[in-house]
Design a protein around this ligand. Structure first.
Ligand SMILES: [Zn+2]
Length: 307
């Protein structure tokens, strides 16, 4: 006699496969967060042709801590971001008088308060980047709300400046993230990818007033350079190829008169062979007439004024 089969009772939401969903259901999912009004100005400040917004996500050790990891080797890779990456980046930005935005998890800010104070003192923006680089989409709503507010307070406590923008850790978005951002009165988010230029975010069909300054994995250093020692993941790209991709993204933004936004990480781009391509990219951009280098907050303030 064969053993009785275990009875698996599917949860109600698992009974329907996506191809069986009603139109109301799939529309509801798609319509939760949408791109609304385009916020692309006819002209950038002082008649500039193209806006350039550079950003650095100062994740440091939180990349390891977020998953509960305690690897001393990986923590040291994170510390490199503070110890070697940030000083090189700040020196380069100072050399070319370029303002940038640094998105900082609260834990990074508490580990390295002097770093954050220096970043702000040198004229850069600091934005919210989660508490310990947690993933929003696996958090209960109450925890996500609490962490997002505490992250803002922690940054304000360290720098004396209240952040006006957020980049969610890993650009991970729960169905509640936008409502929390709106309720906090933040000016903008920089974690979504529906356009190359800024746009207004719509929540359940309603304009939120929150501006999206969009990102893309194409314009992120991590995807080209990251590797994992104990997995087969070796997506290693030569710096020259990454420079070519970034330059092409910039060249097209310039041709269109739009926005060129870039995401980097001090513990990744801060290495010698990679800082060379960042400097080369900056020189390439500066060789063009009419470039407006700005923080993410400055870009958003400008596009929101409706110029
Ligand atoms: Zn990050």
């Amino acid at each position: 006699m064969s053993p009785a089969r275990p009875t698996i009772v599917p949860k109600p939401e698992e009974q329907e496969q996506p191809w069986q969903w009603s139109e109301q259901r799939w529309r509801g999912i798609v319509d939760r967060v949408r791109a609304g009004k385009t916020l692309r100005p006819d002209m950038w400040p002082d008649g500039a042709r193209c806006a350039v917004a550079l950003s650095f996500d100062s994740d440091h050790e939180t990349g390891e801590l977020r998953e509960g990891g305690e690897s001393i080797g990986r923590l040291s890779q994170g510390q490199y971001g503070n110890r070697a990456g940030i000083p090189r980046i700040l020196k380069l930005l100072h050399k070319y008088s370029i303002p940038a935005t640094f998105y900082v998890p609260a834990v990074s800010a508490m580990l390295y308060p002097d770093e954050q104070r220096r970043v702000v003192a040198e004229g850069h923006e600091i934005g919210i980047h989660g508490w310990i680089h947690e993933r929003n989409s696996i958090l209960p709503e109450a925890s996500e709300r609490d962490l997002q507010m505490r992250s803002r307070d922690a940054l304000e406590q360290v720098t004396g400046q209240r952040p006006v923008g957020i980049r969610t850790p890993s650009w991970d978005f729960s169905p509640h993230t936008l409502a929390i951002t709106r309720d906090m009165g933040l000016l903008y988010d920089s974690s979504l990818m529906a356009d190359d230029d800024c746009y207004e975010l719509i929540l359940d069909g309603q304009p939120t007033g929150v501006v999206e300054l969009p990102v893309e994995w194409i314009r992120d250093d991590a995807v080209y350079f990251n590797m994992n020692r104990f997995a087969s993941l070796r997506p290693y790209t030569p710096p020259s190829s990454v420079l070519e991709i970034f330059q092409r993204e910039f060249d097209s933004a310039y041709a269109e008169g739009g926005l060129f936004q870039l995401t980097m990480h001090p513990h990744i781009i801060g290495h010698r062979s990679r800082m060379m391509i960042l400097e080369e990219l900056i020189r390439h951009m500066r060789a063009h007439a009419g470039i407006w280098f700005a923080t993410h907050a400055d870009v958003v303030h400008y596009v929101k004024r409706g110029n």
